[in-house]
Write a protein that binds this ligand. Structure first.
Ligand code: 5GP
Length: 201
């Protein structure tokens, strides 16, 4: 499981989409939210857009792997699709905030890699939020005010990328994924392979 977190506007969604496009063996976890869809967002693709009462019913029914309130809205990870993807041998990618990352850390034990994306500067973060042109000035101001709190959690992550240039950040992401996949504890096939190797098979 791979978690990506960042303050809103740091470029995490772009990086996540590119990583998914390059890796057919990765699946994106689609969250449920009570936030209204932005222009161009599709239900079931970007999020499952649900009402507050629907979300609360899902909480009561234990349908979330984790959930949190972010910017006055609920966001949560439905458990079913994650389990299915993991069982079919895929890596699952989560675009969730620090609260979700903390909850997943408890649920997942060691099988979780956490990546934090930082913007190169505060000015650039605000510029990206504005050029995205999806949120009102009011919402942008709220997101900027919250960014400091989000950024303060960077020490809870395994890897950090300062996303100045998307291509450079992609190279760094690829390197992390490759290194994590080469970790001995993740190469479960190695035991039998080495046994055969020393036996001359
Ligand atoms: P946005 O409204 O910009 O799509 O997302 C706002 C924040 O909510 C982002 O930091 C995003 O990572 C986080 N988020 C999205 N889905 C989830 C989720 O299922 N759980 C948690 N904890 N955070 C989420």
């Amino acid at each position: 499981m791979i978690v990506l977190s960042s303050p809103s506007g740091a470029g995490k969604t772009t990086l996540t989409r590119k990583m998914l496009a390059e890796n057919s063996d990765m699946a994106m976890s689609v969250s449920a939210t009570t936030r209204k869809p932005r222009k161009g967002e599709q239900d079931g693709v970007d999020y499952y857009f649900v009402s507050t009462s629907e979300f609360e019913a899902m909480i009561a029914d234990d349908q979330f792997l984790e959930y949190a309130k972010v910017f006055d809205n609920y966001y949560g990870t439905p458990i079913g699709p994650v389990e299915e993807a993991l069982q079919s041998g895929k890596d699952v990618v989560f675009d969730i905030d620090w609260q979700g990352a903390q909850q997943l850390t408890q649920a997942a034990g060691g099988d979780l890699v956490k990546i934090f994306i930082l913007p190169p500067s505060k000015v650039e973060l605000e510029r990206r939020l504005k050029t995205r042109a999806q949120d009102s000035d009011d919402v942008i101001a709220k997101r900027m005010a919250k960014s400091e709190n989000e950024i303060s959690h960077w020490t809870e992550y395994d890897y950090v990328i300062v996303n100045d240039d998307v291509e450079t950040s992609m190279e760094q992401l690829r390197a992390m994924v490759t290194a994590e996949r080469l970790a001995r504890k993740r190469q479960l096939w190695l035991g039998p392979f080495v046994k055969a190797l020393v036996q001359g098979g």
